[in-house]
Design a protein around this ligand. Sequence first.
Ligand SMILES: Nc1ncnc2c1ncn2[C@@H]1O[C@H](COP(=O)(O)OP(=O)(O)OP(=O)(O)O)[C@@H](O)[C@H]1O
Ligand SMILES: [Mg+2]
Length: 171
Amino acid sequence: MTLPDDSAVVCSTSTVDQTRLLAGAVAGLVDDGDLLVLVGDLGAGKTAFTQGFAAALGVDAAVTSPTFTLANRYEGRLVVNHLDVYRLSDLAEARDLAIPELLEQGVTLIEWGERILPALPNDRLDVRITFGDGDDDRLIELRSVGDRWCGLLEELRDVLGPWVGPQRVFG
Ligand SMILES: Nc1ncnc2c1ncn2[C@@H]1O[C@H](COP(=O)(O)OP(=O)(O)OP(=O)(O)O)[C@@H](O)[C@H]1O
Ligand SMILES: [Mg+2]
């Protein structure tokens, strides 16, 4: 087992709405140019996280999985770029997505982004979602990489307070 390091905040949720609220709390800290890499198995909750995140930024449109389109763009208080690179076959295709240019135009969330790390800048928040004991239980580990997100770590810990550590399964 790998113990979380100082740059990580470990949370848990027991409903999809809690995951959306948690994501909304993170969204309160972001600005144009920020990157979040969403890691987790199929059905873990990466798209659910993005839904809560976008809603908190005032996106009215329904956020759906961009698995086939690869990248969706939503307008809220900030532009939200939502990518899913599950189907990319190689890194060259990732480079075709022109991610550095996308990053300049809003905040960007990339599902399965760990597969294309060499094509990504080093400043990012890694959000790893894993399944817990119950069907709706999830562990959500957020890890700051690079100066930008490490500088936000204390604020992250503050806003994530309600979800840090194990949650009650009921309620
Ligand atoms: N605590 C929870 N947090 C997030 N999702 C949850 C939770 N409990 C149940 N769910 C359910 O798990 C599913 C998560 O689906 P979602 O599409 O967000 O996964 P994903 O990680 O994006 O998968 P994929 O890799 O296929 O894109 C949804 O049906 C959601 O309602
Ligand atoms: Mg998804």
